[in-house]
Design a protein around this ligand. Structure first.
Ligand code: HEC
Length: 158
């Protein structure tokens, strides 16, 4: 993430804190209800990422953890280790891992946009992928998980 993006998201967060102050009770729970109300029903990825919560994303990652580790240097499970996966070329994050041809053929890098599409429906993005995961239907859930993946990176550790 660039410094400028961080500044923008800090401002968005300040706005969120303000709306939380106005909505008090809504923000007591941590299911993203207040953010959802703020974003409307079909938020764009950029809007969702501006208010994304990496800590909640970390909890949602529980759904991924059966198949993925995310710590630096951690081993592969059914799926590859995901430390620092954002902005890496697709099907490359864990050199030891045997990726399917289906994922290998996808090409490109794991931009937030590509990750958003993948997490919504992996089987649709790369038919034949070994990632048997129904997908995260909620755009805010996906944004939170993407923010979490961004936080699990060499750049964030610096
Ligand atoms: C049931 C097991 C399973 C679950 C659950 C799962 N994955 Fe995966 N994932 C895989 C497998 C297997 C692959 C390798 C796919 C291939 O080679 O076709 C993969 C690949 C990936 C990749 C590509 C990595 C690279 O190096 O290009 C990403 C990113 C990813 N998963 C993220 C997630 C996230 C985030 C979640 C949770 C929201 C999740 N996965 C849930 C099994 C799973």
């Amino acid at each position: 993430m660039t410094v400028r993006n961080r500044a923008v998201s800090r401002r968005a967060r300040a706005g969120l804190v303000l709306s939380c102050a106005l909505l008090l009770s809504a923000c007591a729970d941590d299911d993203g209800a207040a953010r959802r109300r703020m974003l409307g029903e079909h938020p764009g990825l950029e809007a969702a990422l501006r208010v994304a919560d990496p800590r909640r994303g970390g909890r949602l990652f529980g759904q991924c953890a059966a198949c993925h580790t995310v710590g630096p240097g951690a081993g592969d499970r059914n799926g590859p280790n995901l430390f620092d996966v954002m902005n890496k070329p697709v099907a490359s994050n864990s050199p030891r891992y045997g990726y399917t041809a289906a994922l290998g053929a996808l090409g490109g890098t794991w931009t937030p946009e590509a990750m958003d599409r993948w997490l919504a429906d992996p089987g649709k993005v790369a038919p034949g992928t070994r990632m048997r995961f129904g997908g995260l239907a909620d755009p805010l859930d996906r944004a939170d998980v993407i923010a979490y993946l961004q936080s699990q990176s060499a750049a964030s550790a610096r």
